[in-house]
Design a protein around this ligand. Structure first.
Ligand code: DLL
Length: 432
C-alpha cells in the first residue's frame, strides 16, 4: 500500500534526475536567499553553477548544529519572517535550543511525508490513531498529527503522560494504531499489566515508534505485549521532524524520502563519503525546504545504506536501523540531552565543584537521569537543609534547561573518578 505510488516507486534514474533538478534549484535558492549560505559559497570559492552532477554536492562544506547555534534563533532563515508559519525547537548543545522554522509549504510537504510514513505502517483512513508524543515544541506531536489527518484517520492528540488515561482512551475509543517513543510503549504495557489490564484485548494492530534508539529485542517485546506490528520511524527536527525515513512492511531498513532529502554517508572523522554497506554518519541536504534549507547537514547519527532493492517496490534508498551517534548526545525519554547542557547548568552554581557524572539507567522501561555532583568540602559538611535546598535548585534548573527530570545526588569531594584523559562524564547503563 502506497500513499503516493508514483513518487514512492519512481525509477532510480528518474529519482536521480529529480534530485539533481531540485538540488540545483535549492543551491541557487540558498545563494539568493540565505546570507549564511551565500557567504559559505563565497568563502569556499564556489558558485551554485559549479554543481552539475549529484556527486558534485561533495564540493560543498558541511553544515553543523554549531552553525545553527551560532545563528540562534533566526540566522539560518532563507525567507522573510512573515513567511514563517510554524516554529519548533529541540535541544541545543548548551542553554540555547535549536530553532526550526517552516513556511506554509514546508508544513504541507512535511504532512505529505508523514502521510507516506503512516501508510508504510499500514495506517489508513479507517484507523483511529492515538498520538502519544509531546506537542509542546517537539516535532513528534504535530508532525504525526498533520500526517494522520491528511490520510483521513481519526486522530487523538493524546500528548504525553497520564498513563491511566492513555489506556482508557486506547480501550474505549477502540484505537487501532498508536505512536510514541518505544520506551514509553514498553512502559505503558508494563503499567497496564500491573493494573490487570490486557492490552492485547484492545483493538490495536499497528504502532510507529521512533525519536530514540531501540533494538530488535525491544520491537519483539512491544509486538508481543500489544499484539501489534511495530515500525521504526526516524527523523530530526532540523530536517522537519519525524518523516525523514521509515520502515515499510518488509521491515528491513528505513526508506529515506529521497525526493526531499539527499542522503550521503560519511566517515565522521575524515568527512570522506562512504559506499553503501559502509557504516558512517548520515548527512542530509534538503531539496525542497524553504524556510530553513540545510546543505550537507551533519546529523551525527550513525547508520549505513542498504544496497539492495526492497520487496515493497519502493525505490527510495534504505538505511539500517540507527546504530548510534558520532557525538555525545543522549536521548532520555525521547528528549535530546547533551552533557554540555548539564555542565552549563552546573557551572552556574558556585557551590558545585567541576566534577560531575551523568548516569542514565532504566527502571520499568523508563529512563532515569541522575547527575552525581561533587560539592565543595564546606557545603558537603554544612547543614543538611542547605544541601537539600541546593539539590532542589539544581534539579529545577536542570529540568527547565534539559526539558526532562534529573535527580541530583551529592557525593563527597574527591569521589568521582578522575581520569588522565577524557573524563568519563556519562555512564549509560541502559541496554537497548
Ligand atoms: O526525535 C523527531 C522524531 C519524532 C522522530 C518522533 C521520530 C518520531 P529530534 O528531537 O530533533 O527529532 O531528535 C532527533 O533523535 O538525530 C536521532 O539521534 C534520534 N532519533 C530519532 N528517531 C530515531 C530512531 C525527533 N527511529 C534525533 N532511531 C536524531 C534512533 C532516532 N534514533
Amino acid at each position: 500500500m502506497y500513499w503516493d505510488r508514483e513518487v514512492e516507486t519512481i525509477k532510480q534514474e528518474e529519482l536521480e534526475k529529480l534530485q539533481l533538478r531540485r538540488l540545483k534549484a535549492m543551491l541557487s535558492y540558498c545563494y539568493k536567499n540565505s546570507p549564511f549560505y551565500r557567504k559559505r559559497f563565497k568563502d569556499a570559492g564556489l558558485h551554485p553553477l559549479d554543481v552539475c552532477r549529484l556527486s558534485d554536492v561533495r564540493k560543498l562544506p558541511f553544515t553543523t548544529k554549531e552553525d545553527l547555534r551560532n545563528r540562534y534563533p533566526f540566522g539560518m532563515l532563507a525567507v522573510d519572517r512573515e513567511e514563517v508559519v510554524r516554529i519548533h525547537a529541540s535541544s541545543g548543545t548548551t542553554g540555547k535550543p535549536t530553532v526550526v522554522a517552516y513556511t506554509g509549504r514546508d508544513v504541507d510537504t512535511w504532512a505529505e511525508l508523514m502521510a507516506r510514513v503512516l501508510t508504510c505502517a499500514g495506517v489508513t483512513k479507517r484507523d483511529t490513531i492515538q498520538l502519544i508524543y509531546n506537542y509542546a515544541f517537539f516535532t513528534g506531536g504535530l508532525g504525526f498529527h498533520y500526517g494522520a489527518e491528511r490520510i483521513g484517520a481519526a486522530v487523538i492528540p493524546a500528548g504525553v503522560g497520564n498513563s491511566e488515561r492513555q489506556l482508557l482512551t486506547m480501550r474505549d475509543l477502540k484505537v487501532t494504531a498508536f505512536s510514541s517513543t518505544p520506551s514509553y510503549a514498553l512502559y505503558l504495557a508494563e503499567f497496564a499489566r500491573e493494573q490487570g489490564i490486557d492490552v492485547r484485548e484492545f483493538s490495536l494492530r499497528t504502532g510507529i515508534f521512533g525519536a530514540e534508539p531501540w533494538s530488535e529485542e525491544m520491537r519483539r517485546r512491544i509486538e508481543e505485549a500489544y499484539g501489534i506490528k511495530a515500525y521504526d520511524n526516524y527523523g530530526l527536527s532540523e530536517l522537519c521532524g519525524p518523516g525523514v525515513a521509515v520502515e515499510c512492511e518488509a521491515r528491513e531498513g528505513l526508506h529515506v524520502w529521497s525526493d526531499h532529502f539527499l542522503l550521503e554517508v560519511i566517515d565522521p572523522e575524515s568527512g570522506e563519503v562512504l559506499e553503501p554497506g559502509e557504516k558512517g554518519e548520515l548527512v542530509f541536504t534538503t531539496l525542497t525546504r524553504e524556510a530553513m534549507p540545510l546543505l550537507r547537514y551533519r546529523s551525527r547519527d550513525i547508520s549505513m545504506v542498504i544496497d539492495d532493492s526492497c520487496e515493497c517496490g519502493r525505490t527510495h534508498p534504505r538505511i539500517a536501523r540507527l546504530m548510534g551517534r558520532s557525538d555525545d548526545m543522549l536521548i532520555i525519554r525521547g528528549v535530546n540531552v547533551f552533557p554540555s547542557q548539564v555542565e552549563h547548568v552546573l557551572l552556574q552554581f558556585p557551590e558545585v565543584a567541576e566534577h560531575y557524572q551523568i548516569v542514565v539507567d532504566r527502571r520499568r522501561s523508563m529512563d532515569l537521569l541522575t547527575v552525581k555532583v561533587e560539592v565543595t568540602e564546606k557545603i558537603f559538611r554544612g547543614e543538611p537543609e542547605e544541601l537539600l535546598k541546593l539539590k532542589k535548585r539544581l534539579e529545577s534548573r536542570l529540568r527547565s534547561v534539559l526539558g526532562v527530570k534529573a535527580e541530583v545526588t551529592f557525593v563527597e569531594p574527591g569521589t568521582i573518578p578522575r581520569s588522565r584523559g577524557k573524563a568519563q562524564r556519562v555512564v549509560d547503563l541502559r541496554n537497548w
